[in-house]
Design a protein around this ligand. Structure first.
Ligand code: SF4
Ligand SMILES: [Zn+2]
Length: 371
């Protein structure tokens, strides 16, 4: 790729222009959301440095991400789901947490009565791992006030691990200590997206630098918290081959600072720049073969590397030919829990040849080469 010149970042160009386009897309939304209900909540299983846990994942409905208000990232539609007007009270946030606890109890009861068991053993009465995302930063006190953060830490003090999502700016010792002090193993999930600053700025339109991620990782490390890095495979404007390389290099680089790397293929969310490009035939989500290739190639990296392809097999999500998508997705899920790259040797399909040709021949001026 060519080097950027300073004028790329002049007013009306570069990040400024990205933000303007993103604000226009976001302005098209008209749904509103109840501040007393979480955006989403579900039970799952997750691989952690202490083994596989039953997890309760919560997407809290907060005022939304500050960066998204300025325009935000090219692929991120989450802000379209947050509450109009920008702030949610302590009471409403705690109502959301109560709703999540109810969801957990109901679903665990259902799983037990249906005889379902998690892969890691018996269905637990309570999930050992809690993961809280906010479509922004849980550690930003404009989204989640200190009082609420402390009350949430108390609520989950009887669990073992917690993951909270945050941009690097808000990773501060005393905010992490709220969780560490009640005895929770604490991780911060940071949406780094890529270790390459140029790709993060120009393709994702995310403002921070790799150095900021490193600083946040060091702050977390000093108080005994960990980092879970989230990477984005194939932001717009990268070819399939460039996207694969970007992920291989990013995983190697951030495994130094994060005990877990979650590498997630881009999907097409509404009210985003990616959506517009996709609509006009200028964006194809990554192939599932690319996900498999990266996981296999980085299996030796000193971190747990997982991927959770959302919307796999659909036109708006990561996909192969339509015939083999479920099989490859299953292999990826299997790899997530066992970290054994040999699972990918067990899946094959004719479309692998098409994918190889795409990786070799696609360039940013002829995207996408094949659907
Ligand atoms: S990806 Fe994160 S930082 Fe970017 S707009 Fe979405 S919530 Fe904000
Ligand atoms: Zn196929």
């Amino acid at each position: 790729m060519s080097k950027p010149s300073p004028d790329v970042y002049e007013s009306g160009r570069g990040m400024d222009a990205h933000n303007k386009v993103m604000r226009e897309h976001r302005a098209e939304r008209d749904e509103t959301y109840d501040p007393h209900e979480p955006t989403r909540v579900w039970l799952d299983e997750d691989n952690t440095p202490d083994g596989v846990y039953q997890s309760l994942t919560i997407i809290l409905n907060t005022g939304g991400c500050r960066w998204a208000r300025a325009g935000g990232c090219t692929m991120c539609g989450y802000v379209a789901e947050s509450v109009e007007g920008g702030s949610v009270t302590h009471e409403a946030l705690m109502n959301q947490i109560d709703a999540c606890l109810e969801h957990e109890q109901e679903n665990i009861a259902e799983q037990s009565s249906a005889g379902n068991r998690t892969q890691s053993g018996d269905a637990e009465e309570k999930s050992g791992l809690i993961k809280i995302y906010t479509s922004g930063s849980f550690l930003d006190e404009r989204e989640v006030p200190a009082e609420t953060r402390q009350a949430i830490a108390e609520t989950f003090a009887d669990r073992e691990r917690i993951v909270v999502e945050s941009l690097p700016d808000f990773v501060q010792e005393e905010r992490l200590n709220d969780f560490l002090d009640v005895g929770l193993e604490t991780d911060v999930a940071i949406g780094l997206e890529t270790a390459n600053d140029r790709v993060r700025h120009d393709c994702v339109n995310k403002y921070f630098d790799f150095e900021d991620f490193v600083d946040a990782a060091e702050t977390a490390d000093e108080v005994g918290a960990g980092i879970k890095a989230y990477l984005l495979m194939k932001p717009p404007f990268l070819s399939e081959g460039e996207a694969v390389e970007d992920m291989k290099q990013s995983i190697e680089k951030c495994a130094e600072y994060a005990h877990t790397v979650s590498m997630n293929p881009c999907n097409v969310q509404r009210y985003t720049m990616v959506d517009e490009l996709h609509f006009h035939g200028g964006y194809r989500p990554p192939w599932l073969w690319s996900v498999a290739e990266v996981l296999e190639a980085t299996a030796d990296a000193p971190a747990i590397v997982v991927s959770d392809p959302v919307g796999h097999g659909s036109d708006r999500g990561p996909h192969n030919c339509g015939e083999c998508d479920d099989l490859v997705q299953e292999a990826i899920k299997d790899f997530d829990l066992r970290q054994d790259p040999s699972v990918f040797g067990e899946v094959s399909c004719d479309c692998e040849h098409t994918w190889e040709a795409v990786c070799e021949r696609e360039r940013s001026y002829n995207l996408p080469l094949a659907n």
